[in-house]
Design a protein around this ligand. Sequence first.
Ligand code: HEC
Ligand code: HEC
Length: 450
Amino acid sequence: MSLHSQGTAALFLLLLSSTIIPAAAQTSKSPTVGGKDFDAAAADQARRYLEEGRETFRFDTFGSEDFWGGKLKLHEAIAGEKLGGKGPGLSPKKALELGLKVDVNAIPKDVAVALGKGDVDLDDPASTLLLLKANAVVGATGFFGADGKTLTSVGIQCAVCHSTVDDAYAPGIGHRLDGWPNRDLNIGAIVALAPDLTAFTEMLQVSEADVKKAVEAWGPGKFDAELNLDGKAFRPDGKTSATLNPPAFGLAGVNNHTWTGAWGTVSYWNAYVGNLEMHGKGTFYDPRLDDAEKYPVAARTKQGHKQDKEDRITAKLPALHFYQLSLPTPQPPEGTFDSAAAEKGKTLFNDKAKCATCHVPPLFTEPGWNLHTGDEIGIDDFQAKRAPDGRYRTAPLRALWNMDKVHKGGFYHDGRFAMLEDVVAHYNDHLNLNLSAEEKGDLIEYLKSL
Ligand code: HEC
Ligand code: HEC
């Protein structure tokens, strides 16, 4: 027997022996050994991460109240002069108009009954305080003084931009839908209500009037997540640089995140947002932000080297990451699309219309480095150039059938295409597809099935 075949024989013996290990050893208590307990430990962790991540996504302010309340004094604008704050206050009616959502499950019974009878004054900021106290305003937490009545601060959560409600009770009042972007939320108008914008004037080194002009230009469903880095409030065409709030569901398996990608994983972005956008307390490191030419504001304010005394973010990142990847893409309800046409559209998508070269099914983005230049998709590169790689991320196609919430405000990063018809017309021109009117229709039916 040659040395080689001796080795093979030994390997066989080894493999064989593993199949005759006694059952008792296979259920070893040690989690470092394979077997049922190891699997149970993984399942336990998954369950724990799901619950903890959901809690963080919905309710954790990361200490951001020291910014939104402490610095901007937003709580004073919410309470209004009569209740110890400033100005007219924020009534529930106004809050709903600004796109804030109310979690119907959190409304206390007596308030729900009063609401049903029309006994809650929706024009009175005191009613907003009641809802905040009940933790019923999605993505915002009110902090109250010792008297239990005076609003002393307010903090925000991921859910303020990345959750909405199903309107089961009334428009803006219903059950939470985590991961669905809030395309009604006018976060810029909310920031503009703040009595003290010094934190922004100092960071951006511009006047208060300019800060207001910048944030008031965002409009519903949009936020500028790079303004704090490059200070570019407006594009060369004079429009706001803000982008649409993207859906945070259906992201498992997707490599690059955000509209432009190349920042990092979902977890990178979670740390980025928790620290630099929500202004929570934590630690953030990214030396790419030291590039004073590309990111003058971030370089000057050392945002790539944030190290607060207290860290309320880092320990929550694993579960938060896991929760987001668990959020499923909502499926089209029966009757939303014509299935015979969609079947024909699927063939076009994968073949003649060339969509699947980038939107690779079933991820509908590329496995791998899923980024493209503005030229490749036939648009300007202003937003792409604000990101590390100068490209746009192949948007994973999700819930395209849903125009009243998920895709309200249009398609592409800035909503430049109002309808799927506009998106398809754009590709037809740009990629010289020569699609007939019928083919365009079939393709759209397929897109609505995703
Ligand atoms: C003020 C609104 C706002 C808040 C608060 C916010 N986000 Fe976002 N989020 C956005 C916007 C806008 C983008 C797109 C940014 C871009 O492309 O430059 C985004 C992008 C994302 C993405 C990338 C999605 C994709 O398609 O790849 C994830 C994931 C995400 N946010 C998670 C979170 C988490 C987790 C939190 C809380 C820690 C959070 N966000 C808080 C507005 C917000
Ligand atoms: C060269 C790669 C490429 C090809 C080919 C391509 N896309 Fe895209 N697609 C992208 C990128 C990149 C984006 C993101 C654009 C942005 O963020 O502004 C996108 C965005 C979209 C969106 C908007 C998604 C959203 O959430 O707003 C739709 C819809 C879409 N593409 C459909 C199609 C269809 C249909 C085809 C075929 C006719 C196609 N794409 C071909 C790369 C591509």
